[in-house]
Design a protein around this ligand. Sequence first.
Ligand SMILES: NC(=O)C1=CN([C@@H]2O[C@H](COP(=O)(O)OP(=O)(O)OC[C@H]3O[C@@H](n4cnc5c(N)ncnc54)[C@H](O)[C@@H]3O)[C@@H](O)[C@H]2O)C=CC1
Ligand SMILES: CN(C=O)/C=C(\CC(=O)O)C(=O)O
Length: 491
Amino acid sequence: MSTVAFKNYIDGAFVEAAATFDSIDPSTGTPWATMPAAGVADVDRAVEAAHRALRTGPWASLTATARGKLLVRLGDLVAANAGRLAELETRDTGKIIRETRAQIAYVGDYYRYYGGLADKHEGAFIPIDKPDMEVTVRPEPIGVVAAVVPWNSQLFLSAVKLGAALAAGCTVVLKASEEGPAPLLAFAELVHEAGFPAGAVNILTGFGHDCGRRLTSHPLVARVAFTGGPSTARQIVANTAENLAYTTLELGGKSPVVVFADADLDSAANAVVAGIFAATGQSCVAGSRLLVERSVKDEFLARLKRKAEAIAIGDPQDTATEMGPLATLRQRERIETIVAESLAGGGRLITGGARPEGKADGFYYAPTIIEAQDQALACVREELFGPVLSALAFDSEAEALALANDTPFGLASGVFTTNLARAHRMARGIHAGVVWVNTYRAVSPLVPFGGYGLSGLGREGGIDAIRDYTRSKSVWIRTSDEPIPDPFVMR
Ligand SMILES: NC(=O)C1=CN([C@@H]2O[C@H](COP(=O)(O)OP(=O)(O)OC[C@H]3O[C@@H](n4cnc5c(N)ncnc54)[C@H](O)[C@@H]3O)[C@@H](O)[C@H]2O)C=CC1
Ligand SMILES: CN(C=O)/C=C(\CC(=O)O)C(=O)O
C-alpha cells in the first residue's frame, strides 16, 4: 500500500503529473510511495520554463556572484538536510544509510565548490594582430541543460551537473531516474528554499522512452548531461541528433584492480572489498575485475573470501548493515543470469553466487567472487552493476597492464604496490579516466571525473567542467575613427 506521494517541480511550483507510478522499497519488494510520471507535456512545460528563465526571468540578470551565493546556500541546505535525504535515498534504492548519510553531506561541498567558482570563470582579452581592433571573449551560458541521471547516488550524480551548469548561468531540467526518484524530488524543496528564481531549476521524473526521450531531443535544449548505461547513451546520442545539443556521457565500467605481490595485502583486500561490495556493487567505478599476481593469488583470495563472508547483509536503514539489497528485481535477475553463465563457462565459485539465506523478501544477493582463467567469461567482460568480483592471476607487470586494458570500458582502476616506479608506470599505462594507487573509490568536487572508450565522453568535477556549460562569444570592436577601407577585402 503506497503511503507517500511525491510531485514534480516545474517553474517554481510542485505539480502533479498526468500519470503516476509506484516506487518499490528494494529491502521489502513492496511499493512505498507514489511518483509522478512526467509525460511529453510535462517535459515541454519544464523546458519552456527553463528557457524563459534563461532569457527573461530574474535568473538571467543575476550576477555570477549572486548565482554563486545561491549555490552556496543550496550546499548548506543539502548538508543540513543530509539525514532526511539519506533516509529517502536508502528507502527508495536500498543503498545503506551509512553511505547515503555521508555521501549526501559531502554533496553539499559540490554545490559550495561550484558556488565559489561562479564568479571566477573569466573571459579573455585577445592581444589581436590588428592595430585598430579590440577583441574580448565572453563565456556565456550554453543554454537550457537537460540532466539525466540513473538511480544510484542521484544527489551526487546530479550535483556535478547542476553545480557547474548553474554556476555558468544555465538553467536546468533534471530528470530523476524512475528507479528511486524520491531523494531528488525531495531535494527540489531545498532548491525552492534556497531561493532560485522560478524556472532556473526544474526537477521531474518519468520513464526513458517518453520523458527522457522528449527531454534530450527537445528543440530548446542546448546541452545534455547524461549519466547511465552505454546502451541508453546510444539512444541519447540519437535523440540529440534532433536538437544537436552538446552532450557529455558518464557511463559504466569494468574497472580493473591490480594487486602486486609487494602490496600491503590487508589494505589491498579492504580496498577490493570497498570497490566491489560497497553500494552492493552498484557503482560505476566498481572494481569488478581483480588482477592479482599469481604468487599471492591463493592467499589473497582466501583473505577476500573471509572478508566477503563476514559482510553484514540486511536492512539498509540499519547503521550496522554493510551491504543492502540491489535496487531492482531486474538487476538481480540479470546478475543471476550472468553468474550462472560464467559458472557454466568454467568460472570457479569462491563464495556467494546465490541469494543470502534468510533474505526471502527484498532484492538481496550475496557477495560473490568467481575465479576466471581468462577474460572471456561473461562476468569478466560485462558490467554487472552488482556485488560480483571476477579474479584473474597474472605473472608479470606487462601482463597485468595488458589484462587491465583488455576491455572496451575505461572508467576507473586501482593499483596496489609498494614500488613507486611501478605505480607511476601503471598509472601512465592504464587506459582509464581515474587511476587510484593504494586506495579506491575516493572522490572530490575538485577532481575531474570521466571515462575512456565505452565509459563515456567528457569530464565532470573540477574547474574545467564549467567550460562545458558555456560557449564563448568573440566581440570585435573597431577603435579607428577612419572610414572602413576597401570593403572587398577581408580584414
Ligand atoms: N560514469 C558515471 O559517473 C556513472 C555511470 N553509471 C552507469 O549507469 C548505469 C546504471 O544505471 P541505469 O539506471 O540502469 O541506467 P540507464 O541508462 O538505464 O538509465 C539512466 C537514465 O536514463 C534514462 N533513460 C532511459 N532511456 C532513455 C532514453 N531513450 N532517452 C533519454 N533518457 C533515457 C532513464 O530513465 C534514467 O533516468 C550503469 O551502466 C552505470 O555504470 C552510474 C553511476 C555513475
Ligand atoms: C561517479 N562516482 C564518482 O565520481 C562514483 C560513485 C557514484 C556512483 O556510481 O554511484 C560511487 O562510487 O558511488
